[in-house]
Design a protein. Sequence first.
Length: 161
Amino acid sequence: MSSSVEFGSVQIERSGRSHGHANASVFAKRPILTGVAVGVGSLAPHFFLPAQASLGFAAVLIALIAGIYFGFAVMNGSSRDQFVEFNVTGLFAVVALLGLLLWPILLPLAYFGHALWDLAHHKKSRLALVSIPQWYVPWSVVIDVIIGAGLIAIWTSHAII
């Protein structure tokens, strides 16, 4: 199945690829395992970066992670969903900036907070939030918790927090 969208004189073809399990990415097939790999991989630079660079990397990464839900809202959601996700993304960006500039402990706490935001998107939460692939929730929770806990451990041992 294929459809096209026309913007002025430009026509864009969209494929009707199936989102079934047979075509699913390794992330969709193994969300916990790949979540652990991504979480641990995201922590690796913090062992080698100077303190300020480590804080900056953590701040940028949480803002990027939070922004993914806005992308889901643009692709799958209503104007309300886009409004909610855009503003929540902005909130995470502000917390990241405050963690970078003033209170570093806010950065690992932001990752834990994002894990809660992930759980709010689970279909069983019964909240009216944007629809996302259900594999994404456990995948992202695992990443967030690993990074949050890892940052506390690394930054405590390096006297950053």
